[in-house]
Unconditional design. Structure first.
Length: 152
């Protein structure tokens, strides 16, 4: 049974990447651009951005599923919530820490995969407006960004 719950957690984590891509492309660069726009500005104006509201939007389903998933019996909702939580942690570490360097924890990485993630996101941010964007994913980005070369 534990393998089943681990599978639910991992599948949820994977589905979150697809949901993140969709949300980023069609919602953040669509009707909620008003919240995401400050994120595409060259420098952070404050410690927090309006864009940080999306973390709250992502946390709400996880919190609700944890609430309804914790009971005397093991409940699959708990493991869906866990997958969402793990993705949220990965998103924070990759997007805010590694890519945007809001915290200087991984600023000297030589890992090809992590450098590729940074390259892809840098390409995404070369567009200051909501149109003509590319690279909307976070963990799954096109292979071309993992080729050798120095990120400028």
């Amino acid at each position: 049974m534990i393998v089943f719950y681990i599978a639910i957690t991992l599948i949820t984590f994977g589905l979150m990447e697809a949901l993140t891509w969709f949300t980023h492309k069609y919602i953040m660069h669509g009707f909620l651009w008003v919240l995401h726009e400050d994120h595409h500005q060259p420098k952070y104006q404050n410690v927090f951005e309006k864009n940080d509201a999306f973390f709250v939007f992502g946390a709400i389903p996880s919190i609700i599923l944890f609430y309804y998933g914790v009971n005397p019996e093991i409940n699959y909702k708990f493991f869906i919530a866990l997958g969402i939580l793990f993705y949220g942690i990965a998103y924070f570490l990759v997007h805010d820490v590694l890519i945007h360097q809001r915290f200087k924890w991984f600023n000297k990485t030589k890992n090809k995969y992590l450098i590729g993630l940074r390259k892809a996101h840098k390409i995404h941010h070369k567009h200051l407006g909501k149109e003509d964007g590319e690279c909307f994913g976070m963990l799954n980005v096109p292979k071309k960004y993992f080729n050798r070369g120095i990120m400028k």
